[in-house]
Design a protein around this ligand. Structure first.
Ligand code: FAD
Length: 106
């Protein structure tokens, strides 16, 4: 079976980075593909209990693919749900761009 921690870090890196560079004005095709990507995870993600919980979260909180800011916030909130479940610190979602796009201000 995969290393769930390493897989998780890699997947969050991919998802947060993809959200950070998602367009401010996505085309209908870009929105549809982002929805497909996110809805595929509960079916294909190779950690069955992770996938199960993600599916339940997506059902309650449909992905907000309107624009980059909305998607980044939505994803941050989903990640925080997992953080809470695992007893990890929650992340300040006002800092997603700093973490995943811009880098720290100096
Ligand atoms: P990670 O949680 O992997 O985070 C990586 C980095 O992201 C952090 O160092 C931080 O800089 C940043 N970050 C943290 N929180 C946020 C946030 N809210 N928004 C933006 N950036 C943030 N593991 C399980 O054991 N059980 C599960 O049920 C489970 N479900 C998962 C579901 C999904 C969809 C994914 C992708 C992963 C899941 N994992 C699960 C793995 C788990 O979330 C972690 O990836 C893993 O435990 C490693 O944690 P970490 O402390 O290294 O940091």
């Amino acid at each position: 079976p995969p290393d769930v921690e390493q897989l998780g870090r890699a997947t969050w890196t991919f998802l947060h980075t993809t959200a950070a560079y998602y367009p401010d004005k996505p085309t209908p095709k870009q929105r549809a593909n982002m929805l497909s990507l996110l809805h595929a995870l509960p079916i294909l993600y190779p950690c069955t209990w992770c996938a199960q919980d993600l599916g339940e979260s997506l059902a309650v909180h449909p992905p907000d693919v309107r624009n980059r800011t909305a998607l980044s916030l939505w994803l941050c909130q989903r990640h925080n749900e997992v953080n809470e479940k695992l007893g990890k610190e929650t992340f300040d979602c006002s800092k997603v761009d700093e973490r995943w796009r811009d880098g720290p201000a100096d």
